[in-house]
Design a protein around this ligand. Structure first.
Ligand code: URA
Length: 248
C-alpha cells in the first residue's frame, strides 16, 4: 500500500466511524502477539498481501469502548514489572466515560484504590469528585486514570522502570479516548507526562499541547487535603478547564 492509498484508506475508515488507528510503538510491540480487538478486514488483507519490511501492523478499533477493552485485556493480570511481587492486590485500570472530553491523570493507586480496583476512590478521590462536580460534571462524564496501574508499596513514588513499563498503557488510553483536556493531578503526574523537573507550583497556571489534547497541570487532591489554602489555585485551574471545554 503506497502513501496515497494509505491516506485514502484512513480517510475512508474515518468516514465509516472508525475511532482509532495507532502507530504507537507500544501498540506495535504488542501487535506481534495475538491481535486484540477487531481489525478492519481491508486493512488486514492489504497488510498480509503486501507486507513491507518497515510496515507496522495497524490496529483499528471501531470505537473507544472497544479500544479500551482491548487495552484492558492486553494488560491482563499484569506481571510486567516488580510491583506485582510487592503487595499490590489488582491492576487499577481507569474508570469513566470512554468518550470523555476531560480526563484526569493521577500518580498511582493508593490502598483504597488497590482494594476496590477503581482510581481515586479514597479520601483524595472524594475531593476529586467534588472538584469535578464544581464544574458541573460528574465522575461518569470524565475519565480517570493513573500514570501507573498498580499500587507501589507504602505509597512510595513509582520508580522509573515501573513508569517505563506502565506508561504506554496510559498513552493508549489517551489515544483511545482522545480527550480535549487532560488534567495532570499533582507534581508526579505533571512532571512525568511533561518530562520536566519544573515544580508543580510553576507548571500549574499553564497549558501544554499533549498528544493532541491540552494538558493542564494542577495540584493533587491529596496535597489539597494537607494544604486547603491551595484549593483557590485549583479552582482557578478548573475554571480554565471549563472555559476551554466550552470553547472547543
Ligand atoms: N492518588 C492517585 O494519584 N491516584 C489514585 O488513584 C488515588 C490516589
Amino acid at each position: 500500500m503506497d502513501r496515497d492509498q494509505l491516506t485514502e484508506h484512513l480517510k475512508f475508515a474515518g468516514e465509516i466511524g472508525v475511532a482509532g488507528v495507532s502507530r504507537d510503538a507500544a501498540w506495535r510491540t504488542r501487535a506481534t502477539g495475538p491481535t486484540v480487538g477487531p481489525t478492519l478486514p481491508t486493512a488486514k488483507a492489504e497488510m498480509s498481501a503486501a507486507p513491507k519490511p518497515d510496515a507496522a501492523p495497524v490496529t483499528v478499533f471501531k470505537n473507544s469502548v472497544d479500544a479500551l477493552a482491548a487495552i484492558r485485556a492486553d494488560i491482563g493480570d499484569c506481571t510486567r514489572c516488580k510491583l506485582h511481587t510487592l503487595g499490590r492486590t489488582q491492576v487499577v485500570f481507569g474508570v469513566g466515560n470512554p468518550n470523555a472530553d476531560l480526563m484526569f491523570v493521577g500518580e498511582a493507586p493508593g490502598a483504597d484504590e488497590d482494594e476496590q480496583g477503581i482510581p481515586f476512590i479514597g479520601r483524595a478521590g472524594q475531593l476529586l469528585t467534588k472538584i469535578i462536580e464544581a464544574i458541573a460534571l460528574t465522575r461518569e462524564d470524565v475519565y480517570i486514570a493513573n500514570i501507573i496501574k498498580c499500587r507501589p508499596p507504602q505509597n512510595r513514588n513509582p520508580e522509573p522502570d515501573e513508569v517505563a513499563t506502565c506508561e504506554p498503557f496510559l498513552f493508549q488510553q489517551i489515544d483511545a479516548i482522545k480527550p480535549k483536556i487532560i488534567v495532570a493531578l499533582g507534581k508526579y503526574a505533571a512532571q512525568t507526562l511533561l518530562r520536566t523537573d519544573t515544580p508543580i507550583s510553576r507548571l500549574r497556571g499553564q497549558q501544554f499541547d499533549y498528544r493532541g489534547s491540552t494538558l493542564i497541570p494542577t495540584f493533587h487532591p491529596a496535597y489539597l487535603l494537607r494544604n486547603p489554602s491551595s484549593k483557590r489555585e485549583v479552582w482557578d485551574d478548573m475554571k480554565l478547564v471549563k472555559t476551554l471545554l466550552t470553547d472547543f
